[in-house]
Design a protein around this ligand. Structure first.
Ligand SMILES: C[S@@+](CC[C@H](N)C(=O)[O-])C[C@H]1O[C@@H](n2cnc3c(N)ncnc32)[C@H](O)[C@@H]1O
Length: 218
């Protein structure tokens, strides 16, 4: 997607993907990861996700990256925090409490900043990107991140019923993108169309949300 697509969605509050509750997979599965607080968790394409709050409440330091400053400011507001701001190349880094959010393009994030990351929490990054960018994102993840466990939340549906985003990533596609580097374990897989009324209105009849635990394959 063009950068402008996401910036406009945030400007227009067209953010149906945002959840007003913690993702159930965190509560159910995070402890299986072996990343004990205060280990630093990387949250790519973080939006204003409250899952960052869940991680911070558990005692983690959180590094996020997000294109839209509107999203980052809204997240900091939701936490009643006034972040310090620092310019870094094409990024603005907004930091407060346990959060350090890099405002800018994930693909430009300096590799060295990610060296201290001990786990990754990724909800809806792959589904946000069209297929060629999914490949670029998977390559980036495999090359730039240290070998740490990742929880990846993805969606699969019949792509003929609706155009993305969100794009459909059936299990085979997730394995094609990541399976050469990560051993992928399915932690949960649920039918979630009833909770996604906006996507139902767009014509979807079924929507499967799958949560993967990805660990570096030995
Ligand atoms: C589907 S939303 C998911 C947001 C969040 N993970 C959540 O669970 O609510 C995708 C987010 O990625 C951001 N985004 C898209 N492309 C990006 C890029 N290249 N770098 C950083 N953020 C990006 C968008 O602005 C949007 O907030």
């Amino acid at each position: 997607m063009e950068t402008s697509f996401w910036l406009e969605r945030w400007q227009n509050s067209n953010i149906g993907f945002h959840r007003e509750a913690y993702h159930p997979a965190l509560q159910a599965q995070w402890s299986n990861l072996g990343a004990e607080p205060p280990a630093c968790v990387f949250v790519p394409l973080c939006g204003k996700s409250l899952d960052m709050e869940w991680l911070a409440k558990r005692g983690h330091k959180v590094i996020g990256v997000e294109l839209s400053e509107v999203a980052v400011d809204a997240f900091m507001d939701s936490q009643n925090l006034t972040p310090a701001e620092e310019a870094h190349g094409e990024f603005i880094i907004k930091s407060a409490g346990p959060y350090e959010i890099w405002c800018g393009d994930l693909f430009a994030l300096p590799e060295e900043r990610l060296a201290s990351v001990s786990a990754i929490y990724d909800r809806a990054s792959l589904v946000a990107l069209p297929p060629p960018m999914q490949t670029q994102y998977a390559k980036w993840l495999k090359q730039k991140l240290p070998d740490v466990p990742a929880v990846i939340v993805s969606l699969g549906y019949d792509q003929t019923e609706m155009k993305g985003p969100p794009f459909s990533l059936p299990e085979a596609r997730v394995r094609e993108l990541l399976g050469d580097h990560y051993a992928l374990q399915i932690l949960s897989s649920n039918e979630v169309i009833e909770e996604n009324t906006a996507l139902k209105k767009r014509g979807l009849t079924k929507l499967r949300e799958t949560v993967y635990l990805a660990r570096r394959a030995s």
